[in-house]
Write a protein that binds this ligand. Structure first.
Ligand code: HEC
Length: 131
């Protein structure tokens, strides 16, 4: 009798462990999973044309994404926010930095979707892929 209880308890524990593992897997995404909206792309294009276009072309971002392959997207967001635009770093709103990343991803062939890109919500588990 005691033995049975123990087995049931440890099976339940194992099940919880497995379920917890699946939650982590489910949260892990890539830039190919529709992690920004079309509205963010449109807003990002305006920011890009005004603040980024003069110094970089899309070829540059393609190479950047390649070199950031597999890194969490939040690192790129932090880097851009901390260093860009090079003539006035940190001058944009946090939302504008987020939108411009959505635009850059979209221009490099990654799809828009239902999820709104948000640095405070899961951007650390979204991984960059080489375009
Ligand atoms: C005044 C010129 C200028 C402007 C405007 C500018 N950049 Fe840059 N950017 C640079 C320079 C210079 C570098 C570093 C040298 C390089 O890699 O070419 C750089 C590097 C980068 C990198 C590479 C970072 C890395 O570590 O891999 C990214 C991404 C980037 N810029 C994005 C942006 C975005 C997004 C904007 C608009 C918000 C922007 N830049 C505006 C000049 C500029």
């Amino acid at each position: 009798m005691k033995y049975t209880v123990k087995v049931i308890a440890s099976s339940a524990y194992l099940l919880m462990f497995l379920l917890a593992g699946q939650v982590i897997v489910a949260q892990d995404r890539t830039v190919n999973d529709g992690i920004f909206t079309e509205a963010q792309v449109n807003a990002g294009e305006v920011v890009y044309d005004a603040s980024c276009k003069t110094c970089h072309n899309m070829r540059f971002y393609r190479d950047t994404l390649k070199s950031w392959n597999n890194q969490p997207l939040i690192y790129l967001w932090e880097t851009i926010m901390g260093t860009m635009p090079a003539d006035n770093p940190g001058s944009l709103l946090l939302e504008e930095y987020t939108d411009v990343i959505a635009y850059i991803l979209s221009e490099n062939g990654f799809p828009a979707g239902d999820m709104k890109l948000d640095p405070d919500n899961g951007m650390d588990v979204i991984h960059i892929l080489s375009p």
